[in-house]
Design a binder for this molecule. Structure first.
Ligand code: IPM
Ligand code: MG
Length: 360
């Protein structure tokens, strides 16, 4: 049966890396129907809104979403509800994509590309399970007003609201424990329970779910500031890290960077229906259109799509194998090369896509 994929390239390097991922999808020879739509800044430019109705409709009707990236300095002047970022936030909310899986793995071939010492990052293989539709990102009320109290009563102020309900914490905790069972059996739950009410609830519920249904999984609690430190200190000790939306945003960038493979990391956003797959890096507008961006994270997001949305484990393994072979053969894009990479092994976006297709 034909699967429909919504292809949303977006801004910056999005279009050029998505093109490579689409090449790979086509090379698999399966019956995929791909339909493109504008999203992010380009959608604002063409249709006056970062997430046009037609794009959302397509996303809802599809079996999976291949998302590139959104954001460009060009749109920095826009009001918040028109900014490109609202497209991805809107999709997460409208599609109920509450679980964001962000694997951070140090590819053996790339240990020398990390800014940390090789012996620290070698073996790094963790996944951040980030709650994606709650927390201060979406909490209301929010806005601007005259401060009713605080340090400067009567002064103009801005405010956001951090909120979590019990079922929101329960369902994300389950995703983390299930993931841990398929991995090394350890969950680190990250919060700020020494200060925040939401975090105290978070910790209580994670433990309740654990004790009731996942006692076989090892569970540790870690405060978010300490986690930021331990990720640099002993990154290879982490297996599954489950955390609130905002903390997950910050820690996932940190985890991705220390692998030295930021351009290699894919992510999946899952809910109860259609899922969305995107690279962990952003739109990199500074290098957009130059054909030098690394398409591997986008290609590996196809791997995740095949695995999680289509149950095509073998095809997913094939993509991973092809990517590994290309790296083993020494091919690098600019972001993952090191001092020893010969100049003739440094390739651009399209060539990297072609190499993966050849190895498939
Ligand atoms: C991410 C991004 C988004 C977020 C932005 C683009 C809204 O940083 O996916 O991590 O903050 O969630
Ligand atoms: Mg982020």
């Amino acid at each position: 049966m034909s699967k429909k994929i919504a292809v949303l390239p977006g801004d910056g390097i999005g279009p050029e890396i998505v093109e490579q991922a689409v090449k790979v999808l086509k090379a698999l020879g399966c019956d995929f129907e791909m339909e493109y739509a504008d999203v992010g800044g380009v959608a604002y430019a063409n249709h006056g809104h970062p997430l046009p109705e037609a794009t959302l409709k397509l996303a809802k009707e599809s079996d999976a979403i291949l998302f590139g990236a959104v954001g460009d300095f060009k749109y920095d002047h826009l009001e918040r509800h028109l900014r490109p970022e609202q497209a991805i936030l809107g999709l997460r909310k409208a599609l109920g994509l509450f679980a964001n899986l962000r694997p951070a793995k140090c590819f053996k071939e790339l240990t020398s590309a990390s800014t940390l010492r090789e012996e620290v990052v070698s073996g790094l293989d963790l996944v951040i399970v980030r709650e994606l539709t709650g927390d201060i990102y979406f909490g209301t009320p929010r806005g601007r007003r005259t401060a009713p109290d605080g340090n400067f009563p009567g002064a103009p102020e801005a405010f956001d609201t951090m909120r979590y309900t019990v079922p929101e914490v329960e369902r994300i905790a389950r995703v983390a424990f299930e993931a841990a069972r398929k991995r090394r059996g350890k969950v680190t739950s990250v919060d700020k329970a020494n200060v925040l009410e939401t975090s105290r609830l978070w910790r209580e519920i994670v433990h309740r779910v654990h004790d009731a249904d996942y006692a076989d999984v090892e569970l540790e609690d870690l405060l978010v500031d300490n986690t930021a430190m331990q990720l640099i200190n002993r990154p290879a000790d982490f297996d599954v890290v489950v955390t609130e939306n905002m903390f997950g945003d910050i820690l996932s960038d940190e985890a991705a960077q220390i692998t030295g493979s930021l351009g290699m990391l894919a992510s999946a956003s899952l809910g109860d229906g259609v899922a969305l797959y995107e690279p962990s890096h952003g739109s990199a507008p500074d290098i957009a259109g130059r054909g030098i961006a690394n398409p591997l994270a986008q290609i590996l997001s196809v791997e995740m799509m095949l695995r999680y949305s289509f149950g095509m484990g073998e095809a997913a393994d094939d993509i991973r194998r092809a990517v590994t072979e290309v790296l083993d053969a020494g091919w690098r894009t600019g972001d993952i090369k090191d001092a020893e990479t010969p100049a003739d092994k440094v390739v651009g976006t399209a060539k990297m896509g072609d190499l993966v297709v050849e190895h498939l």
